[in-house]
Design a binder for this molecule. Structure first.
Ligand code: NAP
Length: 248
């Protein structure tokens, strides 16, 4: 590859914090950023899947947990190191809306939306002060449409769409590009229950223009692009990585 072009995707010297990095899409994104040269801090709950250097945190326990995660990350790499933040942690229990009580409501919002807000509040201003940064928030088709007991998950993901625009408006003038990714139906532990239903799985495969379901590795290249120099004029956007599902 021509050196000028390669530089657009070169993350050497950058440090990334990726939540949801213990599984699925977040793990693939963390691997990709590392493959492009970044130092990657991986956060999730499951210590075994995070590996020895991961940071274990339960983001359902509120914004203090997100602040504690940031404190641990800072301890490892220094307060001014993180220049790429990927908010990928997500949870989607699917009880019917009638059955959701206040506690479950707050737990789901805490993981899917509040953690992204709080980590943004920690790192966005620091990135802006340094004049360079990238934030990637993982959204969902449920930001825009209902999909099988969307419940609080849909509320949170709609919030992610708004958060992305607000963060972009606030920090892009100082070099921080903020975008969201909307996965289609991707084969991960989160979708195991949905995909166990053969008819449903076949329906979504047929609806996608690619006639396939997504895999975590489908997020590698797009994450490197959005985390790198090449995306410096791309901000406030939502990019659907969904095999065309959103336009059928
Ligand atoms: N798969 C899809 O089809 C699809 C579609 C649309 C959007 N998404 C979004 O894509 C993102 C990744 O999902 P995935 O499909 O890759 O699912 P996944 O394999 O189940 O991964 C979810 C990740 O979030 C972390 N997480 C969940 N609850 C947490 C908590 N309380 N505290 C800290 N971390 C927590 C998990 O950590 P532990 O496993 O260590 O607990 C795991 O790393 C999510 O934001 C999801 O909403 C996925």
């Amino acid at each position: 590859m021509n050196g000028d072009v390669a530089a657009l995707f070169d993350l050497r010297g950058r440090t990334a914090l990726v939540t949801g990095a213990s599984s699925g899409i977040g793990a693939a994104v963390a691997d990709a950023l590392e493959g492009a040269g970044a130092t990657v801090l991986r956060a999730g709950r499951n210590r075994d899947r995070l590996g020895p250097n991961g940071i274990s945190v339960d983001l359902a326990s509120g914004t203090d947990a997100a602040r504690e995660l940031a404190a641990q990350a800072d301890e490892r790499v220094g307060e001014h190191a993180v220049g790429i933040l990927v908010n990928c942690a997500g949870t989607n229990p699917r009880p019917p809306l009638d059955d959701i009580d206040d506690k479950l409501y707050h737990d789901i919002l805490a993981v899917n939306l509040d953690a992204a807000f709080t980590l943004g509040q920690v790192y966005g201003p620091r990135m802006a002060e340094r004049g360079w940064g990238r934030i990637i928030n993982v959204a969902s088709t449920q930001a825009h449409r209902a999909f099988g007991n969307s419940g609080v998950y849909g509320i949170a993901k709609a919030g992610i769409a708004g958060l992305t625009r607000s963060q972009s408006e606030a920090w892009a003038p100082r070099g921080v590009c903020v975008n969201s990714l909307t996965p289609g139906l991707v084969v991960t532990p989160m979708t195991a229950a949905v995909l166990a239903d053969e008819a449903r799985s076949a329906y979504f495969r047929a609806r996608a223009h690619t006639r396939t379901l997504g895999e975590p590795r489908d997020f590698a290249a797009v994450a490197v692009f959005l985390a790198g120099e090449g995306s410096r004029f791309v901000t406030g956007q939502n990019l659907c990585v969904d095999g065309g599902l959103s336009v059928t």
